[in-house]
Design a protein. Structure first.
Lengths: 117, 113
Protein backbone atom coordinates (compact mmCIF):
# COMPACT_ATOMS: atom_id res chain seq x y z
CA UNK A 1 0.00 0.00 0.00
CA UNK A 2 1.12 3.54 -0.70
CA UNK A 3 2.07 5.71 2.21
CA UNK A 4 0.93 9.25 2.82
CA UNK A 5 1.43 11.17 -0.41
CA UNK A 6 1.83 14.93 -0.69
CA UNK A 7 2.03 17.33 -3.58
CA UNK A 8 3.78 19.36 -4.70
CA UNK A 9 7.16 18.39 -3.25
CA UNK A 10 8.72 21.81 -3.74
CA UNK A 11 7.31 25.18 -4.65
CA UNK A 12 8.32 28.81 -4.64
CA UNK A 13 5.80 31.58 -4.09
CA UNK A 14 5.95 35.34 -3.80
CA UNK A 15 4.86 37.26 -0.72
CA UNK A 16 1.12 37.94 -0.76
CA UNK A 17 0.30 34.98 -2.96
CA UNK A 18 -1.85 32.00 -2.08
CA UNK A 19 -0.77 28.34 -1.92
CA UNK A 20 -2.65 25.05 -1.85
CA UNK A 21 -0.95 21.89 -0.63
CA UNK A 22 -2.49 18.46 -1.11
CA UNK A 23 -2.37 15.23 0.84
CA UNK A 24 -3.68 11.71 0.32
CA UNK A 25 -3.75 9.57 3.45
CA UNK A 26 -2.95 5.90 3.68
CA UNK A 27 -5.83 3.80 2.43
CA UNK A 28 -8.29 3.17 5.25
CA UNK A 29 -7.10 6.13 7.31
CA UNK A 30 -9.77 8.68 8.16
CA UNK A 31 -7.74 11.22 10.12
CA UNK A 32 -5.45 13.74 8.48
CA UNK A 33 -3.29 16.29 10.26
CA UNK A 34 -1.08 19.09 9.01
CA UNK A 35 2.18 20.28 10.53
CA UNK A 36 4.60 23.09 9.78
CA UNK A 37 8.30 22.49 10.30
CA UNK A 38 10.61 25.47 10.17
CA UNK A 39 14.27 24.66 9.54
CA UNK A 40 16.01 23.51 12.70
CA UNK A 41 12.84 23.03 14.73
CA UNK A 42 10.34 20.28 15.45
CA UNK A 43 7.03 20.15 13.59
CA UNK A 44 4.19 22.34 14.86
CA UNK A 45 0.58 21.19 14.68
CA UNK A 46 -1.68 23.23 12.38
CA UNK A 47 -4.92 21.26 11.85
CA UNK A 48 -6.50 17.88 12.34
CA UNK A 49 -9.46 16.54 10.39
CA UNK A 50 -11.33 13.37 11.18
CA UNK A 51 -14.34 12.15 9.22
CA UNK A 52 -14.29 15.43 7.29
CA UNK A 53 -14.71 17.58 10.38
CA UNK A 54 -12.09 19.85 11.93
CA UNK A 55 -11.08 18.27 15.23
CA UNK A 56 -8.23 20.51 16.24
CA UNK A 57 -6.49 23.71 15.32
CA UNK A 58 -3.06 24.87 16.39
CA UNK A 59 -1.86 28.39 17.07
CA UNK A 60 -1.81 29.61 13.49
CA UNK A 61 -3.46 32.71 11.98
CA UNK A 62 -6.68 32.63 10.00
CA UNK A 63 -4.63 32.83 6.80
CA UNK A 64 -4.25 29.08 7.25
CA UNK A 65 -7.24 26.92 6.40
CA UNK A 66 -7.81 23.31 5.48
CA UNK A 67 -10.48 20.86 4.49
CA UNK A 68 -10.98 17.14 4.11
CA UNK A 69 -12.81 15.61 1.21
CA UNK A 70 -15.21 12.62 1.11
CA UNK A 71 -12.32 10.37 0.02
CA UNK A 72 -10.39 11.58 3.13
CA UNK A 73 -7.77 13.46 1.13
CA UNK A 74 -7.04 16.94 2.36
CA UNK A 75 -5.92 20.39 1.28
CA UNK A 76 -4.05 23.01 3.25
CA UNK A 77 -4.49 26.57 2.04
CA UNK A 78 -2.40 29.53 3.05
CA UNK A 79 -3.38 33.05 1.98
CA UNK A 80 -1.35 36.25 1.90
CA UNK A 81 1.95 34.43 2.19
CA UNK A 82 4.67 35.88 4.38
CA UNK A 83 8.38 35.18 4.29
CA UNK A 84 7.97 33.41 7.64
CA UNK A 85 5.67 30.85 6.07
CA UNK A 86 8.69 29.29 4.37
CA UNK A 87 8.85 25.81 5.82
CA UNK A 88 8.34 22.10 5.26
CA UNK A 89 4.63 21.30 5.45
CA UNK A 90 3.96 17.78 6.60
CA UNK A 91 0.77 15.80 6.30
CA UNK A 92 0.07 12.89 8.60
CA UNK A 93 -2.60 10.23 8.62
CA UNK A 94 -3.92 7.76 11.12
CA UNK A 95 -6.66 5.21 11.12
CA UNK A 96 -8.70 6.91 13.81
CA UNK A 97 -8.77 10.35 15.34
CA UNK A 98 -11.77 10.86 17.51
CA UNK A 99 -11.38 12.62 20.86
CA UNK A 100 -10.19 10.42 23.67
CA UNK A 101 -8.76 7.72 21.45
CA UNK A 102 -5.24 6.67 22.21
CA UNK A 103 -2.78 4.28 20.71
CA UNK A 104 -2.90 5.83 17.27
CA UNK A 105 0.19 5.30 15.15
CA UNK A 106 0.56 8.40 13.02
CA UNK A 107 2.32 8.21 9.66
CA UNK A 108 3.83 11.17 7.86
CA UNK A 109 4.37 11.99 4.23
CA UNK A 110 7.57 13.36 2.70
CA UNK A 111 6.29 16.90 2.96
CA UNK A 112 5.97 19.93 0.72
CA UNK A 113 8.81 22.42 0.81
CA UNK A 114 7.43 25.95 0.51
CA UNK A 115 9.75 28.87 -0.11
CA UNK A 116 8.28 32.36 0.00
CA UNK A 117 10.38 35.06 -1.65
CA UNK B 1 4.87 25.80 21.52
CA UNK B 2 7.07 22.77 21.96
CA UNK B 3 6.13 20.47 24.79
CA UNK B 4 9.01 18.07 24.61
CA UNK B 5 12.64 18.69 25.08
CA UNK B 6 15.15 16.29 23.65
CA UNK B 7 18.51 15.82 25.22
CA UNK B 8 21.15 16.05 23.91
CA UNK B 9 20.52 18.44 21.03
CA UNK B 10 23.34 16.79 19.10
CA UNK B 11 25.14 13.48 19.51
CA UNK B 12 28.14 12.18 17.58
CA UNK B 13 29.25 8.55 17.97
CA UNK B 14 31.22 5.87 16.13
CA UNK B 15 29.62 3.02 14.23
CA UNK B 16 28.88 0.10 16.51
CA UNK B 17 28.36 2.24 19.59
CA UNK B 18 25.01 2.71 21.30
CA UNK B 19 23.12 6.00 21.13
CA UNK B 20 20.77 7.19 23.84
CA UNK B 21 18.42 10.11 23.41
CA UNK B 22 16.13 11.48 26.08
CA UNK B 23 12.85 13.31 25.90
CA UNK B 24 10.91 15.19 28.56
CA UNK B 25 7.35 16.45 28.31
CA UNK B 26 4.97 18.50 30.41
CA UNK B 27 1.37 17.31 30.23
CA UNK B 28 -0.43 14.01 30.84
CA UNK B 29 -0.19 11.88 27.77
CA UNK B 30 -1.99 9.05 26.00
CA UNK B 31 1.07 7.88 24.17
CA UNK B 32 4.54 8.88 23.02
CA UNK B 33 5.97 8.25 19.58
CA UNK B 34 9.51 8.46 18.28
CA UNK B 35 10.28 9.52 14.73
CA UNK B 36 13.38 9.74 12.56
CA UNK B 37 13.92 12.43 9.97
CA UNK B 38 16.65 12.38 7.39
CA UNK B 39 17.74 15.80 6.20
CA UNK B 40 14.93 17.57 4.38
CA UNK B 41 12.71 14.50 4.29
CA UNK B 42 9.51 13.41 5.96
CA UNK B 43 9.19 11.76 9.34
CA UNK B 44 9.57 8.00 9.65
CA UNK B 45 7.65 6.39 12.49
CA UNK B 46 9.90 4.29 14.73
CA UNK B 47 7.89 3.20 17.74
CA UNK B 48 4.81 4.06 19.79
CA UNK B 49 4.62 3.49 23.52
CA UNK B 50 1.37 3.86 25.42
CA UNK B 51 1.11 5.63 28.75
CA UNK B 52 0.52 2.31 30.56
CA UNK B 53 3.67 0.74 29.09
CA UNK B 54 7.15 1.11 30.54
CA UNK B 55 9.39 -0.37 27.87
CA UNK B 56 9.15 -1.42 24.25
CA UNK B 57 11.55 -2.98 21.77
CA UNK B 58 11.70 -2.98 18.01
CA UNK B 59 14.80 -4.45 16.38
CA UNK B 60 17.78 -2.37 17.52
CA UNK B 61 15.50 0.17 19.20
CA UNK B 62 14.53 0.23 22.84
CA UNK B 63 12.18 2.84 24.23
CA UNK B 64 11.38 3.45 27.87
CA UNK B 65 8.67 5.64 29.36
CA UNK B 66 8.51 7.00 32.90
CA UNK B 67 5.22 8.84 33.32
CA UNK B 68 6.06 9.83 36.90
CA UNK B 69 9.08 11.75 35.61
CA UNK B 70 7.38 12.70 32.34
CA UNK B 71 10.32 11.38 30.38
CA UNK B 72 11.22 8.84 27.73
CA UNK B 73 14.43 7.53 26.26
CA UNK B 74 15.32 6.01 22.90
CA UNK B 75 18.27 3.63 22.73
CA UNK B 76 19.72 2.61 19.39
CA UNK B 77 22.11 -0.31 19.77
CA UNK B 78 25.00 -1.16 17.46
CA UNK B 79 24.55 2.05 15.51
CA UNK B 80 25.23 2.30 11.77
CA UNK B 81 26.14 5.23 9.55
CA UNK B 82 22.63 4.96 8.08
CA UNK B 83 21.20 5.86 11.51
CA UNK B 84 22.49 9.41 11.02
CA UNK B 85 19.37 11.58 11.22
CA UNK B 86 17.32 13.79 13.52
CA UNK B 87 15.22 12.00 16.09
CA UNK B 88 12.05 13.47 17.54
CA UNK B 89 9.75 12.44 20.32
CA UNK B 90 6.10 13.41 20.00
CA UNK B 91 3.34 13.16 22.54
CA UNK B 92 -0.40 12.77 22.15
CA UNK B 93 -2.07 14.24 25.19
CA UNK B 94 -5.16 13.17 27.07
CA UNK B 95 -7.11 16.31 26.23
CA UNK B 96 -7.19 15.79 22.49
CA UNK B 97 -7.71 12.92 20.11
CA UNK B 98 -4.19 11.62 20.30
CA UNK B 99 -3.87 12.40 16.63
CA UNK B 100 -2.56 15.82 17.55
CA UNK B 101 1.12 15.46 18.31
CA UNK B 102 3.38 17.84 20.16
CA UNK B 103 7.02 17.55 19.14
CA UNK B 104 10.27 18.36 20.81
CA UNK B 105 13.17 20.12 19.11
CA UNK B 106 14.89 16.87 18.19
CA UNK B 107 18.29 15.29 18.64
CA UNK B 108 20.69 15.34 15.69
CA UNK B 109 22.53 12.02 15.68
CA UNK B 110 25.69 11.59 13.64
CA UNK B 111 27.16 8.11 13.34
CA UNK B 112 30.71 8.19 12.01
CA UNK B 113 31.91 5.20 9.96
Amino acid sequence: DAGVTQSPTHLIKTRGQHVTLRCSPISGHKSVSWYQQVLGQGPQFIFQYYEKEERGRGNFPDRFSARQFPNYSSELNVNALLLGDSALYLCASSRRGQPGFSGNTIYFGEGSWLTVV
Amino acid sequence: SQQGEEDPQALSIQEGENATMNCSYKTSINNLQWYRQNSGRGLVHLILIRSNEREKHSGRLRVTLDTSKKSSSLLITASRAADTASYFCATGDKETSGSRLTFGEGTQLTVNP
